[in-house]
Design a protein around this ligand. Sequence first.
Ligand code: GDP
Length: 297
Amino acid sequence: MFDSISDKFSTVVRTLAGKSKITEKNIQDAVEEIKVALLDADVNLRVVRRFVNGTMEEAMGEKVLKAVDPGQQFVKIVYDRMVALLGDEEHQKLLLKGPDTTSVILMMGLQGSGKTTTASKLAARLKKEGRRPMLVAADLVRPAAILQLKVLGDAIGVPVFSIDGEKNPVKVAKAALALAKKDQRDVLIVDTSGRMHLDETLMDEIKRVSEALKPDETLFVADSMTGQNAVTIAQEFEQKVGITGVVLSKFDSDTRGGAALSLRSVVGKPIKFIGTGEKTEDLEPFHPQRIASRILG
Ligand code: GDP
């Protein structure tokens, strides 16, 4: 991820960083190259415009042109704006209540986005942190989803709640929450069903599950490989159901990075974790500053 954009950004940074004097023309050229790099990376057009105009405005001031180290000043502007684009603050933690009560995490996303895998990765992570998670198989559409979650749960030693033959995910969710409370499970992670494409039935179903559970955290799992489509779908989920955070799956794939660079700005919710592989331990907190440094090379 980011290989191509990082190549282009580091060229811009190298060209300007060492200069003891830079002109308005230098800045215009650099900003133009940044614009092309962002567009090539499939970043949302509005996001690109805002980034480019803001950078230009800030860099054209006396602060940069008259600075002792103008190149460095320019690079700092680009870096700060990149961090802001990715999510301002450092890693944003899960919104969970204390261990004396049951918190609920609702997982949403299109089929194949990595929802089920991410649910089990989160469970494993929380268990390691000393929590007592329970997984819930409320994806009642994809035939193999329940079994898949059971296999994943077994492998990490986390119980998986399901009801054989039940077609109503709200019933499954409510029964799971009641059991979690009784068994003093402090985090319930609910895997909901996805579809290949968005449709009203899916949204209604997830909305009903959400209303029944009143989750503390509603995570949208976005597949990095789907680029702008991931951003559009996230917006839909945000408007129709409401989300509190994003997990960007398949961050290890060879994509241009458009989803990562557009999501926060377009949807307005933080990216909390990234999926970096198929294995249970391949889930990492999302650090905007580290990613920005990586892109700037
Ligand atoms: P769901 O339909 O949304 O529940 O998707 P799954 O959890 O079944 O994942 C779909 C496929 O993506 C599976 O083959 C997963 O192993 C794979 N997958 C999920 N997350 C990641 C990730 O972060 N990196 C990679 N490389 N593969 C992933």
